[in-house]
Ligand binder design. Sequence first.
Ligand SMILES: [Zn+2]
Length: 106
Amino acid sequence: MVLTCAYLDCSNRLKTKRLRSLARTHSGVVTFHVFQTSEPARLKLWFIALRLDISTPINVLKLLRVCSDNFFYPDDFTYPREDHVRLKPSAVPMGFPHPTEVCEQA
Ligand SMILES: [Zn+2]
C-alpha cells in the first residue's frame, strides 16, 4: 500500500512498510502524520487547511496522512526520540492561520 499526502497539490507519497525507517529528524526526510480525529476543534482546522469535506467519515480520515512538508518546520514538531517525529498538539497544516495567532486576536 502506498500512502499519498492528503494536502492539495502535494505529491509526496510513501510505502507504509518504510514509515518507521523514514521517521527521522534529519532535514529533508518527509514524515507522514495521521489526522487528529480525537480532537474535533483541531480536526476542523485541518479540514479547512486541506479543503476537505467536513462530513468526511472518520474511517476514511484514518486512512489519510499529511506529510511534514505541509507543516511549519521545525515549530510544529517534537522529537521524543532520535528516530521518532511527532506533531505538536497545536500543529495545523499550512494554508490556514497558525492557531497561536488566532488565540492572540481573541
Ligand atoms: Zn504533503
